[in-house]
Design a protein around this ligand. Sequence first.
Ligand code: SAH
Ligand code: SF4
Length: 339
Amino acid sequence: MLNIYGLTRKQLEDYFESIGEKKFKAQQVFEWLYQKKESDFDKFSNIKKDVIEKLKNDFTNNKIKIIRKQSSTDTYKYLFELEDKNYIEAVVMVHNYGNSICVSSQVGCNMGCAFCESGRLKKVRNLETYEIVEQILLIEEDLNIRLSSVVVMGIGEPFDNYDNIINFLYIINDAKGLAIGSRHITVSTSGLVPKILEFANIPLQINLAVSLHAPYDELRSKLMPVNKAYNIDTLMNAIKEYYSKTNRRVTIEYVMLKGVNDSESDAIKLAKLLKGMNVYVNLIPYNETNHIEFKKSNKDNILKFGKILQDNNITVTIRKEYGGQIDAACGQLRSKEVE
Ligand code: SAH
Ligand code: SF4
């Protein structure tokens, strides 16, 4: 049976039409689920009893479960148990200007990036749309806060679960859904080029981030096997096409790995590669893990690397480190439970 939290408003409208009811009921259901935060169909007081019975026959309202929560100053890491006993994680960062969440998109990841914890656990399956939506709902309820921005940078490669991610984006961006502004939503991909091009065509103003991590193919292929399928040239062309269609600047993520991709000559190569492209670069301090050899670049090195990019007219930000103490860094989510 389908879970009600996995349907976009449009899909719910189609459902109501298919049972001979007015489309408008979809909006009422959305208001109950996402604004009044009511999941019990029997409490939908503006909907007729016979329609409620149909809803109960056709949909579940089951939720995934929070089974552990860890926190440090401004970061919370949640471990969720799915109905089939798989585990996923989400991280929340609380700021004075708003709260952001990093959600997972798959159980494990098949992309095999050399430095990534999430990828050590092979993909077990894609997350269903409702399992991504509910990460947000459950945490908002647990912390009694509103989450104002969302990044899809947890476990998984979102574009390897494209259709479910797109439905998730429609639901959370919907004014009658969670109403999270598209400018406050970012999807990060390791560079699945056909999906980047498809993403350029959807009518939502969602931000796109692309994990580059190396300025030349030989190194990128070592760090990210996906580069053998879509090399840097192909990826850059996709980003250019994405920009020309959407007019939205792409964020280039670059994780700083000591002695691997953080030299002056790497910075110069990266500046050359990105010259004239309308992108931002986000330098990410690497979060060291127990299982993987890579070390983080030291701070001065990161600053120097950033300065070279800036001197070449490239906009650079350096990601603040979150949650190092609780292994909660986004992109480094993997639960102790599943080791
Ligand atoms: N699969 C997608 C999104 C999830 S990973 C992607 O790869 O883009 C989100 C980001 O975290 C990616 O840029 C990823 O390279 C980075 N990342 C992975 N492991 C990390 C670690 N240990 N420290 C810092 N960033 C990491
Ligand atoms: Fe997967 Fe992203 Fe980790 Fe690569 S960095 S293994 S794509 S989660």
